[in-house]
Write a protein that binds this ligand. Structure first.
Ligand code: C2E
Ligand code: MG
Ligand code: MG
Length: 694
């Protein structure tokens, strides 16, 4: 089953939406219908705070405010700053009497209330298009500034006719100046150069303007604190402006560029011997079976660059080294530059990995970063990086052998071409391959909404009534068949895909719960699992609120399940988010309870409503005295904290009897029902009583 398309929520989660605000309910409904006619699915805000909240928490494409009363003019003013920050068009719907004031208050355009559908469609399209273009430009500008910063390279433009000179933000930073003190002309720039440089810079700039593309010019620049710094100007070429041509070029601050390089060189000094000593120490300390130590061997090849000028090659090497230094800041590494300067070998030590796969993740991140194009004098260059990975224990026991195995793996990777990454162990290579296959199809599955949700009943053990459902993600892969959450949830967590996946399940569960409620069936609680990553994301609360608003499902019927480890990570921000959810009326439940380390004192701090005893304790409850002791103490603890306790994995009558005798509140497990598709779950909602409680 694919997710059915729900107009509201689909719009909210996929494409960027229109936000429609107004205090008059009837007008809001009317305009919602009008916008639908134009092919848009708006989200609505009925008051000022909902409007501001919507603007802050979602990625809207356009805001329309229905101006009926004076108060809404004030909404415009309040929204103005956010709207400008996000580059959104703000349209006001008002009659001619309010037009001028609307524009003064911040509206970018006014629409008459009786505008025709055809005209409205056109105006919306025009606004959306130009907003998109502005946002794209802004994004490009930011990316560009970031790249310049990373490369410690700025830009300048020089108009040979007026001798006006302009620097990019990064250029000014390299000159140690703020915008207010930026030199506006060549003469002003030259003032801070030593006398002998002044003529040469003028001659050089005009040579650039003449199209001769002179060699880079080295200058001594006097910073605001009087100290001298070595600057280098590189000619980029000419670009047309206003019917003539102006010079553009690059500005580099050599000491800054060199700093990154020297950091690397210092590491290099920690030669092979030190690297091996350190590796030996780590190997002797690492706890076998609990953590892994890996060695990565990188081969960075400049061969593919073809015939580059010495200067361009130097630039590429510097950038590559700076990236490597940035990515391996806290790691042990040593490198040896090959004599022919066509390639560089680097070894990196990765201690304390919880899984072998983490070595692959680090390798991939490194490779992705090093593979980004390097731009020099308007041309972009690519280096090729292959990586071999050897794991202590599995591949070799002593340091020198481990380093050797990593090199071997790297040679295999190079034989494969295409800049690949290989483990020395064949088993790990195929495990990685399987993971990568799942990873890439999971991404597609989420985008195409190919995942679906199954519902597993939770039952009130005192009455035998259905008390709610837990929504669980299911994935029917077109060729691999049913893939269990056990396989894809950890991958989704690793790759961040758990965020859209969780939202999909949340959305679907709320939508389903609301659909049943609208049918007149008994309202049911829906529990949704959220991962630690969700609690680290600042817009979690906004998203939940949004989904509730978009689907109409009451907050009181939504329950969020989170694990103990989620609670323990990032305590303060998680706590703040839990409090916000709680104040909205959402219930909170701790999943797999008993497997983590939460103490009673710790638990008391969190505003949770229930605990779910992990199924591992319930499984052997009736036979294993230790499990029954743990279950009993969790129940007592729950009661003393006034928390509802739910037993997971309840499969047998004997377990049920035992739990009832202990006065456990709720149960969930195959005994009452497996996770099932919505149609089957609906039958349980109708039936309500799932077992005779007497
Ligand atoms: P969970 O949240 O603890 O969910 C309960 C799991 O126990 C479900 O496995 C369910 O099918 C299984 N189960 C229920 N009753 C019984 C029983 O009587 N016996 C046995 N042996 N198993 C039972 P499922 O659906 O395979 O999910 C596994 C885990 O995957 C979930 O554990 C949850 O941690 C995660 N997961 C599933 N869907 C989502 C999701 O949408 N988001 C997130 N973040 N995690 C999810
Ligand atoms: Mg759960
Ligand atoms: Mg569980």
């Amino acid at each position: 089953m694919a997710f059915p398309a729900h107009p509201n929520t689909q719009a909210s989660m996929q494409a960027r939406t229109l936000l429609l605000a107004g205090s008059d309910a009837a007008t809001l409904t009317e305009w919602t219908a009008r916008l639908r006619e134009c092919g848009h699915e708006p989200l609505t805000a009925r008051d000022r705070s909902a409007l501001l909240y919507g603007l802050q928490h979602d990625d809207h494409a356009l805001l329309i405010v229905l101006l009926g009363a004076e108060s809404e003019l004030e909404w415009l003013q309040a929204a103005r700053q956010l709207v400008t920050e996000h580059g959104l068009p703000l349209l006001a719907v008002c009659d001619s009497t309010l037009r001028e004031r609307a524009i003064l208050a911040g509206a970018s355009e006014c629409l008459p209330p009786d505008i025709s559908t055809a005209e409205l469609t056109m105006r919306l399209r025009g606004n959306l298009r130009s907003a998109q273009a502005i946002q794209d430009l802004e994004r490009e500008r930011r990316d560009h500034a970031r790249t310049q910063r990373q490369a410690a390279t700025g830009c300048f433009r020089f108009d040979p006719l007026s001798e006006a000179l302009q620097f990019s933000d990064e250029g000014l930073r390299l000159l140690g100046l703020d915008a207010a003190h930026a030199p506006a002309s060549l003469a002003q720039f030259a003032l801070r150069l030593p006398g002998e440089n002044r003529d040469s810079v003028r001659n050089w700039m005009h040579a650039c303007a003449g199209g001769t593309h002179p060699a880079p010019l080295e200058l001594l620049w006097r910073g605001t604190n009087g100290s001298g710094q070595a600057l280098r100007l590189c000619c980029g070429g000419l670009e047309p402006r206003g019917g003539r041509e102006i010079v553009y070029g690059f500005l580099e601050n050599k000491p800054e560029q060199r700093r990154a390089r020297e950091q690397r060189r210092n590491h290099d000094a920690a030669d092979r011997e030190r690297f091996l000593e350190r590796l030996a120490l780590l190997l002797s300390r690492s706890k076998a079976g609990e953590e892994h130590v890996a060695v990565l061997s990188l081969h960075i090849s400049f061969e593919r660059l073809g015939a580059l000028s010495a200067e361009a090659l130097e630039h590429v090497r510097e950038r590559t080294e700076a990236r490597l230094a940035e990515q391996t800041r806290d790691r042990d590494l040593f490198g040896d530059c090959l004599a022919d300067s066509q390639a560089e070998n680097v070894a990196i030590l990765l201690p304390e990995l919880s899984r072998p796969h983490d070595a692959y993740k680090v390798a991939r991140r490194l490779q992705e970063d090093l593979h980004k194009p390097i731009v020099h004098a308007g041309h972009s260059h690519l280096v090729e990086v292959t990586i071999g990975i050897a794991l202590a224990g599995a591949d070799a026991a002593n340091p020198a052998a481990l380093l050797h195995e990593a090199r071997e793996a790297e040679h295999e990777a190079r034989d494969e071409q295409g800049g690949s990454i290989r483990f020395r162990s064949a088993a790990l290579n195929s495990a990685v391959f399987e993971r990568l296959t799942i990873e890439s199809s999971l991404k597609r599955a989420i985008e195409h909404r190919e995942l679906c949700v199954y519902y597993q009943p939770k039952v009130d053990l005192r009455t035998g009534r259905l008390s709610g459902f837990e929504a669980l993600a299911r994935w029917k892969h077109p060729s691999m068949g049913m893939i269990s959450p056990g396989q894809f949830i950890p991958i989704a967590e690793d790759t961040g895909l758990i965020l859209p996946l969780g939202e999909l399940v949340l959305e679907e569960a709320c939508q389903q719960g609301e659909a049943w409620r609208r049918e007149g069936l008994m309202p049911v609680r829906m529990a949704v699992n959220l991962s630690g990553l969700h609690f680290r994301s600042p817009d979690l609360v906004g998203k939940v609120e949004y989904v509730l608003r978009a689907t109409g499902f009451p907050a009181e019927l939504l329950e969020i399940e989170l694990t103990e480890s989620t609670l323990l990570q990032h305590g303060d921000s998680t706590m703040a988010r839990l409090r916000q959810l709680k104040s909205m009326g959402v219930r909170l439940s701790i999943d797999d309870f008993g497997t983590g380390y939460s103490s009673l004192a710790y638990l008391k701090r969190f505003p949770v409503d229930s605990l779910k005893i992990d199924q591992s304790f319930v499984r052997d409850l009736t036979q294993d005295p230790e499990d029954s002791a743990i279950t009993t103490s969790i129940l007592l603890m729950g009661k003393s904290l006034n928390l509802k306790v739910v037993a997971e994995g309840l499969e047998t009558q004997a377990q049920l009897d035992f739990l009832k005798a202990l006065d456990c509140d709720e149960g969930q497990g195959y005994f009452f029902g497996r996770p099932m598709p919505a149609e089957e779950a609906r039958a349980l909602v109708e039936k309500q009583i799932l077992f005779g409680a007497a």
